[in-house]
Design a protein around this ligand. Structure first.
Ligand code: FPP
Length: 234
């Protein structure tokens, strides 16, 4: 969700105003996913590296985060959304951690949109914690080093129970992944737009889906192997 700060700076407003506008764009995005019956949406709300921003900005983001948790969870629950947080949550205040746990337990049995909020998250952190979990299983004798394969790793990274993301959308004009779901994005289609996150609307999201629909996903195979067959099944 990139571009909140620039959106505000272009209007000669403090960056926090951009984050507030960004929070509104989150709702537009969730509405769109619900309408299109998209299975899962993962939002990169706050990266491991974002903790290094000026204290005032981090504090304002925490307030925004807390307000969103207080205000939005009941309505999301009513709409069948299951909320989950991925990231190093121990770095948040006890009140926020408690609110996150509450939002997760309140919505745990919802089967509509799976909304994952990546907060204090980094793809490198994710891979590292999966490697540590594997090492602990080996140390405890539950696994041998030979048991460590891609499936073992995949089952220990965040969102292991969901399919890998089909589409990655980055706003704000930068052409990089910036430590998002590094493991999970291996074969994800990437889509970039110069629009800033607070400018996001349903038309832009539809453009991203149209782009996705035009892609041929080969997963390392040849075009002929993945092309739909003309043969009429018997
Ligand atoms: C990146 O834009 C955005 C962030 C670091 C924060 C995003 C957080 C929210 C929108 C808060 C609400 C979120 C939820 C899920 C309730 P930037 O500040 O890096 O923009 P810039 O590149 O223009 O400076």
């Amino acid at each position: 969700m990139d571009g909140n700060g620039r959106w505000a700076e272009r209007r000669h407003r403090p960056r926090v105003i951009g984050h507030r506008a960004g929070a509104r764009a989150v709702n537009i995005c969730i509405d769109f996913c619900l309408e299109k019956r998209i299975q899962a949406l993962t939002l990169f709300a706050f990266s491991s590296e974002n903790w290094g921003r000026p204290e005032g900005e981090v504090g304002a983001l925490m307030k925004l985060f807390m307000n969103a948790l207080e205000r939005e969870v009941d309505e999301l629950d009513r709409r069948g959304v299951r909320i989950r947080f991925i990231g190093e949550r121990e770095r948040f205040s006890a009140t926020i951690v408690q609110r996150m746990a509450l939002a997760e337990s309140q919505t745990v049995s919802n089967t509509g949109l799976q909304l994952n909020i990546a907060a204090s998250y980094g793809g490198r952190w994710d891979i590292t914690q999966a490697a540590r979990a594997l090492a602990m299983d080996v140390a405890a004798g539950r696994l041998t080093p030979d048991d460590i394969d891609e499936a073992a790793m995949a089952s220990r990274v965040a969102l292991a129970d969901l399919p890998a993301p089909d589409l990655f959308i980055r706003t704000g004009g930068e052409m990089r992944i910036s430590n998002f779901l590094l493991w999970q994005l291996a074969y994800t289609e990437l889509w970039f737009t110069d629009l800033l996150w607070p400018e996001l609307d349903a038309v832009t999201l539809q453009r991203a889906l149209d782009h996705y629909a035009s892609r041929e996903r080969r997963f390392g195979l040849t075009g002929a192997q993945v092309a739909p067959s003309d043969e009429i099944p018997e």
